[in-house]
Design a protein around this ligand. Sequence first.
Ligand SMILES: Nc1ncnc2c1ncn2[C@@H]1O[C@H](COP(=O)(O)OP(=O)(O)O)[C@@H](O)[C@H]1O
Ligand SMILES: CC(C)(COP(=O)(O)O)[C@@H](O)C(=O)NCCC(=O)O
Length: 311
Amino acid sequence: MSTKPYVDLTRAQWSALRERTPLPLTADEVERLRGLGDVIDLDEVRDIYLPLSRLLNLYVGATHGLRDALNTFLGGAQRGTPFVIGVAGSVAVGKSTVSRLLQALLARWPEHPRVELVTTDGFLLPKAELEQRGLMSRKGFPESYDRRALTRFVADVKSGKEGVAAPVYSHLTYDIVPGERLTVHRPDILIVEGLNVLQPALPGKDGRTRMAVSDCFDFSVYVDARTDDIERWYLSRFRKLRQTAFQDPRSYFHTYTGVSEEEALDYARNTWRTINRPNLEQNIAPTRGRATLQLHKSPDHKVERLSLRKL
Ligand SMILES: Nc1ncnc2c1ncn2[C@@H]1O[C@H](COP(=O)(O)OP(=O)(O)O)[C@@H](O)[C@H]1O
Ligand SMILES: CC(C)(COP(=O)(O)O)[C@@H](O)C(=O)NCCC(=O)O
């Protein structure tokens, strides 16, 4: 028997595990959930994400069983708390598509219809503060977030608090939206998506260990791919955004619509090499082994292998 903490599965082995789980989404719905540049079709949903939604449904059920055990022990009926799923991985690896698909698929199960999704970008420090602290070239690194507020948010949701609010980030303005809030109302499941959600806690100033966001996770997914492939996806997405979202004069990147494609791509390449790749290598990839499930993507975005943590 392997001594690794993971069971490795090929795509074919994994897809056979969906059993009779019906496909609840249409091609149009999948198209709407797809991120810019991501390749995802009904085959991918059926082979990869349906088995995952079945596994998660089993995990949620098992957690309810544990809750019953706890209530027996406590001799009272504690109200349940949301089942929290973390989704981690590099910039441009396709976390948003995975998270939106999971949200849509999990909400179709009658046992847990209310599934909310929160991205950690809402907890980035506002642009003015990043500038003031000299952190604009560290955007996405752990220190560019208000980690305390993020941890408090997830801990509050996980403890069953009603009406927990998160700030909201705009990719258009590249900044936090002043005054805007997203409020989570005791969902059955909360998905927390972000680069750094599997980071271990940093010691506080007093040297004592703090809580990490991942301490609240009931399950976590790491979306994995080769660094060169992710760079290619990042650049090709930048090229597409230049023709779409950047055209809006309010876009932070609007100036890149007025220069040559080569010049715009040089900027994107530089951002990848100086910010996103070092962040992947130094902070994000080292957390892969903390995930419950690793999805390994091939150069065409399709999941080719999976690693599932043993229990
Ligand atoms: N500059 C941008 N302008 C508009 N949308 C963007 C920009 N950068 C990224 N996005 C979109 O924001 C979402 C999150 O992107 P990202 O954080 O790189 O994670 P991932 O690609 O892993 O989902 C994606 O849907 C992406 O298409
Ligand atoms: C907003 C992000 C930090 C991702 O945030 P997340 O939701 O993963 O916390 C990232 O998409 C980003 O903007 N990175 C900065 C470098 C760049 O422009 O690609």
